[in-house]
Design a protein around this ligand. Structure first.
Ligand code: NDP
Ligand code: MG
Length: 387
């Protein structure tokens, strides 16, 4: 029985997506075997996961984490370190869930695809920053990306049957957005936003970085870039629709006028389970809707004036090359600075825009160029932060 189980590696096992992936795996012990996990700073939590699931291969960030972890897990656990270690863990399993936060997830994305395995991708930053390099790695026989991000997982499901490259039968992708905690707020009112306001998302419970990205709508901007890279559809065929209930996770409008949507209550365990099990569906009811009670679904256009991050992302898509990488890197630096109380909420997007003003076209030819561009954008953004 064990031999037929799908071997899963979970990178970023201690975070929000990581923890929810573990919940799915706990329900499906017959179907999945967790063979490798990685984490960042939460070493005790990582050790508990490794012990509970009997995981034999564990990745940590540095040598001091290795010795802390070694004291907490059994002697036969193989502990690997850093980026090289992450890459090792992604070679061998059938499915790798990339639940690492930010650009640090890039080795996971590339190593999994280069190994010809299925990548269940939550880490949008790696795809956005390295789209041409990831596209090359996707050509490896057996390589496959299944998007965990709820909007993209919805689109993936609504695209089943649309098989031609570039999807000529699709008129538009309609990415839904909850609108975040500040939907309907004017520019004036947004000036007083505090950290706790920004961390209080109305419909999703997520890690801090993506929660802040959702409050600025940068998350939706990044998701437009993510959708374009995933599905090979230009951003001129992608619209953002604000849908406060987070029930319709996204839609695909076809050329005959038909619109397909995927619905559930907001619960990331549903897209995670879909990515692990596809093309089969796991028989658990994550986020099930009850149509016996009244259900109101509301849709409205985004306020692009109050939330300029969306247009900033579209401008980066237009410039292509390394522009999306710069946008994502600058945003990571600014969100971290905001979370450390170094800048205000209202400074995040203008500071990203300031970095983008300095962008010089680069075609992003290879991985070295990706790493260089990420470092340059971070350096410029750091230099613009208040000291
Ligand atoms: P969290 O911050 O909750 O978790 C991030 C995970 O990555 C943790 O396991 C963390 O380890 C690890 N990590 C962070 N930095 C590093 C690093 N430098 N090297 C190695 N590991 C690292 O984030 P989320 O789970 O919210 O998000 C993860 C990804 O999924 C992001 O790209 C996000 O955009 C995407 N996503 C998340 C959604 C959600 O609902 N949360 C929805 C859609 C997409 P540790 O905690 O031990 O330090
Ligand atoms: Mg999303």
């Amino acid at each position: 029985m064990t031999a037929s189980r799908t071997r899963v590696a979970l990178m970023g096992a201690t975070g929000s997506i990581g923890t929810q992936t573990l919940e799915v795996l706990r329900r499906e012990p017959e179907a999945f075997d967790l063979v490798a996990v990685s984490g960042g700073r939460r070493v005790e939590q990582l050790a508990a996961v490794a012990t509970e699931f009997g995981v034999r291969h564990v990745g940590v960030s540095d040598e001091s984490d290795r010795s802390r972890l070694a004291d907490l897990v059994s002697d036969d656990v193989n502990i690997v370190v850093g980026e090289k270690g992450l890459r090792e863990l992604c070679t061998g399993p059938d499915v790798v869930v990339n639940a690492v936060m930010g650009f640090a997830g890039l080795p996971v994305t590339l190593a999994t695809l280069e190994a010809g395995a299925r990548l269940a991708l939550a880490n949008k930053e790696s795809l956005i920053a390295a789209a041409p390099v990831v596209a090359q790695a996707r050509l490896t026989p057996g390589a496959q990306i299944l998007p965990v991000d709820s909007e993209h997982c919805a689109i993936y499901q609504c695209l089943v049957g649309s098989t031609e490259p570039g999807h000529p039968d699709v008129a538009r992708l309609l990415l839904t957005a909850s609108g975040g905690p500040f939907r309907g707020w004017s520019r004036e009112r947004l000036r007083g936003v505090t950290k706790s306001d920004a961390l209080a998302h109305p419909t999703w419970s997520m890690g801090p970085k993506i929660t802040i990205d959702s409050s600025t709508l940068m998350n939706k901007g990044l998701e437009v870039l993510e959708a374009s890279a995933l599905f090979g559809i230009g951003t001129d065929r992608i619209d953002v629709v604000v849908h406060p209930q987070s029930i319709v996770h996204s839609m695909v409008g076809y050329v005959d006028g038909s619109v397909l949507a995927q619905l559930s209550r907001p619960d990331m365990r549903l897209p995670i389970a879909y990515c692990l099990g596809a093309p089969e569906r796991l028989a658990h009811h994550w986020g099930q809707l009850d149509f016996r009670t009244a259900l109101n679904l509301q849709f409205e256009p985004p306020d692009r004036e109050a939330f300029p991050a969306l247009d900033l992302a579209l401008a980066a898509a237009q410039r292509a090359g390394a522009a999306p990488a710069w946008l994502s890197a600058a945003n990571e630096v600014c969100v971290e600075a905001f979370l450390e109380d170094r800048i205000s909420w209202g400074e995040i997007v203008p500071l990203v825009a300031r970095t983008m003003d300095e962008y010089v076209d680069d075609p992003l030819a290879d991985l070295d160029a990706v790493v260089d561009n990420d470092a340059t954008a971070r350096r410029i953004t750091h230099a613009n932060l208040p000291s």
